[in-house]
Design a protein around this ligand. Sequence first.
Ligand code: SPV
Ligand code: MG
Length: 432
Amino acid sequence: MKTIYLGLRGDIIHPGIINIIKEAAKHGDVLIGLLTDSAIASHKRLPYLTWGQRLEVVENIKGVSRVVPQEEWSYIPNLKKYRPDAIIHGDDWNTGPLSKEREDVIALMHEMGGEVIEVPYTKGINSSALHEAMRSLGTTPDIRLKSLRRLIEIKKPVRIMEAHSGLSGLIIENLEVEKKDGLHGFDGIWSSSLTDSTSKGKPDIEAVDLTTRLQDLTNILECTTKPIIFDGDTGGKPEHFVFTVRTLERNGISAVIIEDKVGLKKNSLFGSEVTQELAPIPDFCEKLSAGKRAQVTREFMIIARLESLIADMPVSDALERARAYVAAGADGIMIHSKEKSGSDIQDFCAKFRAEYRGVPLVLVPTTYNHFTEKELAGWGATIVIYANHMLRASYPAMLNAAKIILERERSLEADNLCMPIKEILELIPGGK
Ligand code: SPV
Ligand code: MG
């Protein structure tokens, strides 16, 4: 009996896929290469179902003989490993981004004495269109909450961008840039206290209460599906923090980051004139533990943010705190600094990673922004947060347009700085 290879995402099963499996079964035993989460995430968004769930579905489809993981986006490594007699594919790969892969597959199968079977694409139905349709339906709090841990498992670093409104959330949700190594997009959203309060015309001093923060976050939740990390400031009193944790979980937020400051919290990036008192280690540990005990889901993450370097304390102080916070149950560590060179952060990362290989480490490279994500991952970063760039980018753009209108006493000259009316009407689905 011949073996026919079929690479599948298997997240949404539709008649087009069943048709290909039926066709494959006519030629021999159907061997499915089920793409792993990381293979998919290199080119598309994370699947809704885990690999194990997708396996359960796919191995029970009539006509499927065996399922193996496909660890790469490309079929080539698995074709070399399993040496099937044929590979089957929809004829949609004749053009578009998969056409180069098609050429490579044809060459390899030819070399191995195998065959490439192409079947006509089932009209009117395909996985990409269904994925788009599902995205427009949104996600569930449960799937969203769990997706951050799944991303941490498969991507280094996980790339997070700040959003402070539905509109900025939509950019993070939808923007993709095609690069040589695949499709690049943001993996998730940072709900920043700085940009949230600034967009409301308030200072970043924990002046916006949780209820108000959540009202705005609801707008982001409604039009996005990606995981959200919530900036929890100091977390307040432990008695209050436990309620915050549950409220965030209920809303499908994946993680909260709380910082070890006491007294009136000021934004960490202020100049050296602002001194901030650090929390006594046992007090902060108690808050972290209280939060961990209170959480309802297994996957929610409480990340401890070290402010030692912001408070001009040495790396050794940050390390001592990191050890205590991890022991108290923190699911990850964030370290912040306003030092431009990044040398203090790099020093901390090396020492922290020597002791803790697997504990997620979050960096916020606002001042040391000349380092690339790859370099930061090389230091040991698990997550990189661009903490304020959507808000900072929008303000000069608005200011400029407003200035031109004032100067010219009409809006014609500002028009090419603004999004066309047609585009803004079409930006939000359902507006027509
Ligand atoms: C925020 O975005 O609110 C943060 C990060 O806490 S920072 O502003 O850099 O302190
Ligand atoms: Mg903040």
